[in-house]
Design a protein around this ligand. Structure first.
Ligand code: COA
Length: 255
């Protein structure tokens, strides 16, 4: 992926303005990343872009850091989408699928978002279904989790990796699987052992098979999100895929 463009001053420009986005071709995929590092006063400003139901959801978080993360992530999503639509972030109108996948009420773009740690990733296309997942690399019981969630060939693959490659193999698999169910919009109603992905570090990301049908593996492209150290992410998008562009939202970057 390349990173030719970044929205300037997205956290500090309040009242919120429209930040025009780069052109998005019919088959292009834009992958935005942003850090959740807004100050408390910026969080309050960002909150002004949210809808009533989003405020209610924010109010249900027990911990302030989770509330702040939700507000900042939602505001970034609104800002990014507003840039394509040419409208202020607070005017972006969401609707939700049967399993909670957010979409635009106007239906003029497809997108999906994920966050982990202090990183938010948003994928945007014109009309291709898309799913995104990202995970902060961390110590987990990799094999035990895999036995519980992954498909048999994935478990075998993970076991066969040298110890040093197992964490990346695990997170490759996890994020690719999550991104696929998110692209479908089915959440965990689609059992995670009903399809398999590649996971070996260095091997091309791919959907190997799916119980949704034999056409699934050729229908979906999997892209690595590898631009952020300490994070592993995946984007699953319907083919054909045109230009893939990595973009940065906001300027409060700690790297
Ligand atoms: C609902 C689910 C999409 C949430 O995943 P998550 O890992 O908790 O959170 P992510 O950061 O990846 O994604 C959350 C975002 O996905 C979007 N989303 C919510 N429901 C969705 C759905 N059904 N389909 C696609 N996207 C959805 C929203 O934008 C949401 O953001 P919000 O919480 O700010 O509204 C779902 O797949 C889930 O609960 N996964 C559990 C993870 C797990 O146990 N994995 C096992 C290891 S393989």
């Amino acid at each position: 992926m390349i990173a030719p463009w970044a929205a300037k001053d997205a956290h500090s420009a309040y009242p919120p303005h429209v930040h025009p986005s780069p052109p998005l071709g019919e088959h292009d995929v834009h992958v935005w990343t942003t850090r959740l590092n807004a100050t408390p006063s910026q969080i309050e400003s960002l909150g002004s872009t949210l809808s009533q139901d989003e405020h209610e959801r924010a109010g249900r978080f027990r911990f302030e850091r989770h509330r702040a993360a939700f507000v900042a992530a939602r505001a970034a999503l609104r800002g990014i989408l507003g840039g394509y639509l040419g409208i202020a972030p607070r005017l972006v109108l969401f609707e939700y699928g049967p399993y909670g996948k957010p979409g635009l009420a106007t239906g003029s773009l497809q997108f999906n978002a994920a966050h982990s740690g202090d990183l938010v990733v948003v994928g945007v296309t014109r009309r291709h279904r898309i799913g995104v997942d990202v995970e902060h690399r961390r110590e987990l019981e990799y094999l035990a989790l895999a036995e519980h969630f992954f498909a048999p060939p994935e478990i075998t693959d993970l076991h066969s990796l040298p110890d040093g490659e197992r964490p990346d193999g695990f997170f490759n698999c996890w994020t690719r699987k999550e991104a696929y169910v998110k692209a479908l919009g089915e959440g965990l109603s689609f059992p995670l052992d009903q399809f398999a992905v590649t996971l070996r570090p260095g091997m091309a990301p791919a959907l190997l098979w799916s119980s949704h049908g034999s056409a699934e593996s050729s229908r979906w492209e999997i892209l690595n999100v590898s631009s952020e150290p300490d994070y592993i992410g995946a984007v699953v998008v319907e083919r054909p895929v045109g230009q893939v562009i990595a973009l940065r939202w906001g300027q409060n970057d700690r790297r």
